[in-house]
Design a protein around this ligand. Structure first.
Ligand SMILES: [Zn+2]
Length: 103
Protein backbone atom coordinates (compact mmCIF):
# COMPACT_ATOMS: atom_id res chain seq x y z
CA UNK A 1 0.00 0.00 0.00
CA UNK A 2 1.18 3.52 -0.77
CA UNK A 3 0.01 6.88 0.52
CA UNK A 4 0.50 9.94 -1.66
CA UNK A 5 1.78 12.63 0.67
CA UNK A 6 0.73 16.06 -0.67
CA UNK A 7 4.25 17.33 0.00
CA UNK A 8 6.48 14.34 -0.87
CA UNK A 9 4.42 12.35 -3.40
CA UNK A 10 3.72 8.60 -3.37
CA UNK A 11 5.51 6.80 -0.53
CA UNK A 12 5.39 3.32 0.97
CA UNK A 13 3.10 2.72 3.94
CA UNK A 14 6.16 1.92 6.09
CA UNK A 15 6.99 5.65 6.16
CA UNK A 16 3.64 6.54 7.77
CA UNK A 17 2.27 6.19 11.29
CA UNK A 18 -1.45 5.78 11.91
CA UNK A 19 -2.71 8.51 14.23
CA UNK A 20 -6.33 7.51 14.71
CA UNK A 21 -9.93 7.95 13.66
CA UNK A 22 -10.64 11.42 12.25
CA UNK A 23 -14.40 11.18 12.75
CA UNK A 24 -14.52 11.53 16.51
CA UNK A 25 -15.31 14.86 18.14
CA UNK A 26 -13.32 15.72 21.25
CA UNK A 27 -15.53 16.57 24.23
CA UNK A 28 -15.37 19.99 25.87
CA UNK A 29 -12.04 20.02 27.78
CA UNK A 30 -13.83 21.53 30.78
CA UNK A 31 -16.30 18.67 30.91
CA UNK A 32 -16.07 16.36 33.91
CA UNK A 33 -18.66 13.93 32.55
CA UNK A 34 -16.79 10.66 32.90
CA UNK A 35 -19.15 8.77 30.56
CA UNK A 36 -18.52 11.27 27.76
CA UNK A 37 -14.73 11.01 28.15
CA UNK A 38 -14.88 7.22 28.50
CA UNK A 39 -16.83 7.01 25.22
CA UNK A 40 -14.38 9.37 23.51
CA UNK A 41 -11.31 7.42 24.60
CA UNK A 42 -12.54 3.83 24.31
CA UNK A 43 -15.59 3.52 22.03
CA UNK A 44 -14.79 2.81 18.40
CA UNK A 45 -16.95 2.09 15.39
CA UNK A 46 -15.92 -0.55 12.90
CA UNK A 47 -17.09 0.89 9.58
CA UNK A 48 -17.12 -1.08 6.35
CA UNK A 49 -16.26 1.36 3.58
CA UNK A 50 -14.83 4.86 3.51
CA UNK A 51 -13.15 5.97 6.71
CA UNK A 52 -11.47 9.29 7.59
CA UNK A 53 -8.15 8.72 9.34
CA UNK A 54 -5.22 10.72 10.67
CA UNK A 55 -1.78 9.62 9.48
CA UNK A 56 1.64 11.18 9.99
CA UNK A 57 4.39 10.98 7.39
CA UNK A 58 6.79 10.09 10.20
CA UNK A 59 9.52 8.78 7.90
CA UNK A 60 9.36 11.78 5.59
CA UNK A 61 8.23 15.39 5.96
CA UNK A 62 6.46 14.60 9.29
CA UNK A 63 3.24 16.25 8.08
CA UNK A 64 -0.03 15.24 9.70
CA UNK A 65 -2.44 14.05 7.03
CA UNK A 66 -6.16 13.46 6.73
CA UNK A 67 -6.67 10.34 4.63
CA UNK A 68 -9.93 8.84 3.36
CA UNK A 69 -9.41 5.09 2.97
CA UNK A 70 -11.76 2.22 2.27
CA UNK A 71 -11.60 -0.33 5.07
CA UNK A 72 -12.73 -3.00 2.60
CA UNK A 73 -10.23 -2.48 -0.24
CA UNK A 74 -7.62 -0.16 1.37
CA UNK A 75 -8.11 2.15 -1.61
CA UNK A 76 -7.22 5.72 -0.68
CA UNK A 77 -9.58 8.22 -2.29
CA UNK A 78 -8.12 11.44 -0.88
CA UNK A 79 -5.19 12.79 1.12
CA UNK A 80 -4.74 16.27 2.52
CA UNK A 81 -2.95 18.15 5.27
CA UNK A 82 -4.85 18.12 8.57
CA UNK A 83 -4.60 21.90 8.81
CA UNK A 84 -6.52 22.14 5.52
CA UNK A 85 -9.44 20.33 7.25
CA UNK A 86 -10.87 18.90 4.03
CA UNK A 87 -9.07 16.06 2.27
CA UNK A 88 -8.72 16.33 -1.47
CA UNK A 89 -7.21 14.21 -4.24
CA UNK A 90 -3.41 14.08 -4.07
CA UNK A 91 -1.82 17.21 -5.43
CA UNK A 92 1.64 18.68 -5.76
CA UNK A 93 1.20 21.62 -3.41
CA UNK A 94 4.22 23.00 -1.57
CA UNK A 95 3.86 23.77 2.09
CA UNK A 96 3.69 27.47 3.02
CA UNK A 97 3.47 28.61 -0.58
CA UNK A 98 0.72 31.17 -0.12
CA UNK A 99 -0.29 32.07 3.43
CA UNK A 100 2.79 31.46 5.58
CA UNK A 101 1.43 30.54 9.01
CA UNK A 102 -1.27 27.88 8.69
CA UNK A 103 -4.76 28.09 10.09
ZN1 LIG B 1 5.52 13.84 3.29
Amino acid sequence: MQITCPYCGPRDLAEFAYQGDANRTRPDPASTDQQVWNAYVYDRTNPAGEHREYWQHAGGCRSHLLVVRSTLTHEITSVGFVHDKTPSPARSRRRGSSKGAGA
